[in-house]
Every structure is written in C-alpha cells, then in structure tokens.
Design a protein around this ligand. Structure first.
Ligand SMILES: Nc1nc2c(ncn2[C@@H]2O[C@H](COP(=O)(O)OP(=O)(O)OP(=O)(O)O)[C@@H](O)[C@H]2O)c(=O)[nH]1
Ligand SMILES: [Mg+2]
Length: 290
C-alpha cells in the first residue's frame, strides 16, 4: 500500500472558514462517496460539528453496489442523523427529498423558535465533504443549474458561498477538504482511486495496484472478466495483463504499465467494471464511530 497525503494550504484555510461558519448553521449536509462510505468520512467534520443534525448523502450511488449501499444507509443513520444514497446527476426528486429531510432534522429548532414567538427563518445547512464527491452538483440540483461550478476533478470549489435553495432552506457550498493524516494507507488509496485526490501528486501504478488488491478481495471475478487477467497471478502482474488487453505498449515494445494504471482507474471511475463498493461495514468489535 502506498502512503498518500494531500492537504494543501487552501484546504486548511477552508477548514478554518468552515469552523467559523459552523456556529451559524442549523444542520450539516455531509456528502460521502457511496463507493467508499467509510473512507470518505471526514474526521475533521466530526470534530467541528458533532452535535449538529446531519443529513448524510451517499453520492454516486449509480456507481456503487446496490446491496452494500442499502446496508450502509441503514448503518449510518441514527439519532439526529439521516442517510440517503443518491445519483446526484440523474435522480429526479433530489430537491424535494433534501428539503423534506432538512425539515425533519431541523423541526425541533423551528418548534423552539415558534414557542418563543420568533418567526421561523430559513434553516441554514452547510454542505461538506471530500473533494469531487458532488457538493456543487447537489447545490445545482436544489437551487437551479449553474448556481455552483462543477467539474470532474478534485479542488474545483475554492471559497464558501451561500445559496438560497428555497424559502425554508439556505445552503453553504464549501470546498472539498481532506485531513492532514489518513488513518491508514488503504484510506488514501481508496480516496485516490475514486478521484478525490489531485492526480499530479499520485503514482497511479501504486494506486492501481492497491485498488486491484481490494477488488480481488471483494469482487474476485471482475478483473478476470474485463481484462482476462487470470485468477491466481500476482497483483503486480495484473497491470501487464491490463496493458496487453488494452494494447498499451511503450515505443520499445514493453507493456506501458503507467498507462495501464491510468486506463484502469478511469474505467473503474466511470463504472465500466460494474457497480462496486470498495469497503464493507466493519465487524462489531472493529466499530469505533460512524
Ligand atoms: N456518476 C455520478 N457522477 C456524479 C454524481 N454526483 C456528482 N457527479 C460528478 O462528479 C464530479 C464532481 O462533482 P462536483 O459537484 O464538482 O464535486 P464537488 O464535491 O463540488 O467537488 P470540489 O468542489 O472539487 O470539492 C462532476 O463531474 C459531477 O458530474 C453522481 O451521483 N453520480
Ligand atoms: Mg465544488
């Protein structure tokens, strides 16, 4: 497994800005990637906003394993906490579902305002999550097209901005943030494999090999089917098989393992290898926190 860190200055600044704004928000909309619902949990967010009501949206549901997604929705919900999986690009009723979930989660607060004779104002929700997980896409689906800039690379949104979604709800778009140190190297590799980390700092061969290792554990026949890899070969030989299958050769005729790694990761990200969730709910004794 490779050791990856990506915590540039703009993320530390975003973290400080978010901590500042958190005091003024009524709830958090935390986006996680449905393909990695555990590795895409940002521990910084738990430190900053543990007590706020939280809607967890598992994004990119269209790319994840349907059974695993249902299990994770169930596992992640709890007190003051709802979890819903979505295809943010294609699902039809996103605006309605988010506004309804936000109303449920902030009901107590609004009731308290009414009891005190205060006219309920729009509830304020901070969207937060790792880079490239769909925060700006979600805001556009709720508040109207092109309210926020989106692109398929990590680090597009750079500043916090308030967007009026509805008379009952205001949303704060935030830049994707990671954290200074990943718990383990598998977390770094999974974040890299799914597109949350700037590719310029990565050795894609290492990321690809770590990911191949994970896929062979969870979906043993997928790589065999797609690339004719053979079932028993060493993980590092898999990149040669992928290069052969996709005709990726260097000028000297050797397999181009760098391009094989890049092609493999892009095929994985766009779902060509099928719907996959790259981690599982931990056994009870391994569970620390959600
Ligand atoms: N397949 C699929 N793609 C999605 C989904 N949600 C977002 N995307 C795509 O993921 C990419 C990143 O989306 P953004 O909304 O820019 O992500 P972000 O979290 O705002 O990213 P940063 O601002 O860089 O942190 C875009 O290409 C979106 O079209 C989804 O549910 N399914
Ligand atoms: Mg964004």
């Amino acid at each position: 497994m490779v050791n990856i860190q990506w915590y540039p200055g703009h993320m530390e600044k975003a973290r400080r800005d978010m901590a500042e704004h958190l005091k003024a928000v009524d709830m958090i909309i935390e986006l996680r990637d449905a393909r990695i619902p555990l590795s895409s949990r940002n521990p910084i967010l738990d430190e900053m906003g543990a007590q706020k009501p939280r809607l967890i949206i598992l994004s990119k549901k269209d790319l994840a394993d349907e059974t695993a997604t249902r299990e994770f929705e169930d596992y992640l919900k709890g007190d003051n906490r709802l979890a819903i999986a979505m295809d943010l690009s294609r699902d039809k009723n996103i605006r309605k579902r988010v506004i309804e979930a936000a109303a449920v989660l902030t009901k107590e607060k609004r009731d308290r305002m009414i009891r005190r004779g205060i006219r309920p104002r729009a509830m304020r929700a901070m969207t937060a999550g790792i880079p490239n997980c769909g925060k700006s896409t979600l805001i556009n689906r709720i508040a109207g097209k092109n309210s926020a800039k989106t692109e398929d690379r990590p680090g597009v949104t750079r500043a916090l901005s308030w967007i009026k979604a509805d008379p009952t709800l205001e949303l704060l778009d935030t830049p994707g943030v990671l954290w200074p140190k990943f718990d383990d190297q598998r977390t770094g590799s999974l974040l890299a494999a799914t597109g949350a980390i700037n590719e310029n700092i990565l050795d894609l061969k290492d990321v690809a090999m770590d990911t191949i290792h994970v896929i062979r554990e969870l979906y043993p026949s997928v790589l065999e089917k797609e690339y004719d890899t053979g079932m028993d070969i060493r993980t590092d030989v898999m990149l040669d098989r992928i290069a052969e299958k996709r005709h990726l050769l260097k000028e000297n005729g050797e397999n181009d393992r760098d391009r094989a790694a890049s092609v493999f990761l892009h095929e994985l990200r766009r779902g060509k290898l099928g719907k996959m969730t790259l981690e599982r709910i931990p056994d009870e004794e391994e569970q620390e926190s959600l």
